[in-house]
Design a protein around this ligand. Structure first.
Ligand code: NAI
Ligand code: 15L
Length: 286
């Protein structure tokens, strides 16, 4: 595919949105930024502020762009109704907008939590051609988004790369993230590959850096042209000194989704199933 020139970036005020709106212009893209809240900073002037629940606003936002990088939505576990509105209905509005406006390519921010109950500890690295096995309503919404992308590729020719992102932060924050980290620079490399690879139809890829401790296979992402350059291992000594080695019985060593498998939005965090999670960030939307 010819490189798209103009991109709509939903979720532009969020963590990954902030990384990408800094890095993607360096790849030659012109960005249209959108979020539920105003985008801070000098590049935020002129950004679009709307709720993905507003189908007309979503359609106006995609009009005239070449491709969409869809990051917007709830990024942690939440009540079913909240996830339904932002992630299920919101992503449906996005796909209806790209269909009706003739946009050809979407990069969808899926998550490791779409496959969060897949057990770890097998001999072979885990590829991206596995059935979804969500660990939360949040992960379920990502599985829905992947299936929606599949439907729109087959029925309408809207192409999507769904990236099952591991943990994309400036630095890995936990021992688990020594396996799941996607550095901001590698995130930009992967999104660029996903925007420019020819004939993707609907392709699901795992999204991590070249981590020494990875249990995810990157073959599908590499087939798009992604060449990761970072490795979380440079943070290993400091993280292990700070947190200790959680060991093989810890939930982070048992399931792809780690401690998300222990959350219960009906009762809030619920470590009652055997192992106290190593939680250093929020698991719930406040
Ligand atoms: P974030 O929570 O920092 O950013 C999400 C953005 O979406 C926020 O700025 C928020 O205001 C916006 N948003 C929420 N509901 C909205 C709505 N109804 N309408 C319009 N905008 C709305 O999340 P982050 O970390 O930047 O993640 C971006 C995307 O990548 C999310 O879809 C998340 O699920 C996905 N992801 C992130 C991972 C990570 O490690 N950061 C890992 C796996 C997936
Ligand atoms: C996600 O899907 C979340 O959006 C992010 O905040 C992290 O929790 C990440 O997964 C992870 O599993 O580390």
């Amino acid at each position: 595919m010819n490189q798209p020139r103009t991109l709509l970036l939903t979720g532009a005020a969020g963590g990954i949105g902030t990384f990408l709106r800094t890095s993607l212009p360096g790849y030659g893209y012109t960005l249209r930024l959108a979020d539920l809240k105003p985008v801070e900073g000098p590049d935020g002037a002129g950004s679009l502020v709307f709720d993905l629940a507003d189908a007309d606003a979503v359609r106006a936002a995609v009009r005239g762009v070449d491709a969409v990088v869809h990051l917007g939505g709830i990024s942690l576990e939440d009540r079913f109704e909240a996830v339904l509105e932002a992630n299920v209905r919101g992503t449906y509005h996005l796909y209806e907008a790209v269909r009706t406006e003739g946009v050809r390519r979407v990069v969808f921010a899926s998550s490791n939590h779409a496959v969060g109950y897949v057990p770890l500890g097998g001999e072979a690295p885990i590829g991206s051609a596995i059935p979804t096995r969500p660990d939360t309503y949040y992960g379920l919404s990502k599985a829905f988004g992947e299936n929606l992308a599949s439907l729109y590729a087959d029925k309408y020719g809207v192409e999507t790369v769904s990236i099952r992102i591991g943990s994309c932060f400036a630095e890995p924050r936990t021992v688990r993230m020594l396996a799941t980290w996607l550095s901001p620079a590698d995130c930009a490399r992967l999104v660029h590959a996903a925007l420019t690879a020819p004939g993707v139809g609907h392709t699901v890829v795992n999204g991590i850096s070249a981590n020494t401790r990875a249990w995810w296979d990157l073959a599908a992402a590499r087939a798009l042209g992604y060449e990761p350059r970072d490795d979380a291992e440079v943070y290993a000594q400091a993280l292990l000194a700070a947190h200790g080695d959680p060991g093989p019985d810890h939930v982070d060593a048992r399931y792809v989704g780690g401690s998300f498998t222990l959350t219960d939005p009906h009762h809030r965090p619920s470590p009652a199933r055997g192992h106290a999670p190593q939680v250093t960030g929020r698991l719930f939307t406040p």
